[in-house]
Write a protein that binds this ligand. Sequence first.
Ligand code: ZN
Length: 138
Amino acid sequence: MNDCIFCKIIKNESPSHKVWENENFLAFLTLGSLNCGHTLLIPKKHIDYIFDLEEPLYTGIFLTAKQLSKPLKKAMAAKRIGVIIEGFTVPHVHIHLVPLHNEDEIDPQRVKKMTDMELAETAEKISKKIKSGDESIL
Ligand SMILES: [Zn+2]
């Protein structure tokens, strides 16, 4: 568990570009992004597999994904927010929230590494939109 990169990000032992957090969940930008604003939403509790999450975390993570999708969509001027859950790369539950502008954008071949500057600017833009939003987030 202690080698888990996401647990390190939660504890601020590894750097990340956070966009939002509360006591149970954290949202931050991926380094390898399908599109600008590609966000990962994770529970703060280390659990490998999404369907092993117990209540209220299981329902909570999906509700949080829904609430984050609105400001994320606005901040990135996206047509939709796509959702991917697979979890092979890091054994800590994560929901990918991907701003989409066209179909066929969810393709691993398209993943591109963002610069630190791009990530910092994007995180700032999204978190501002979340704070200024009219919909409340848990
Ligand atoms: Zn972990």
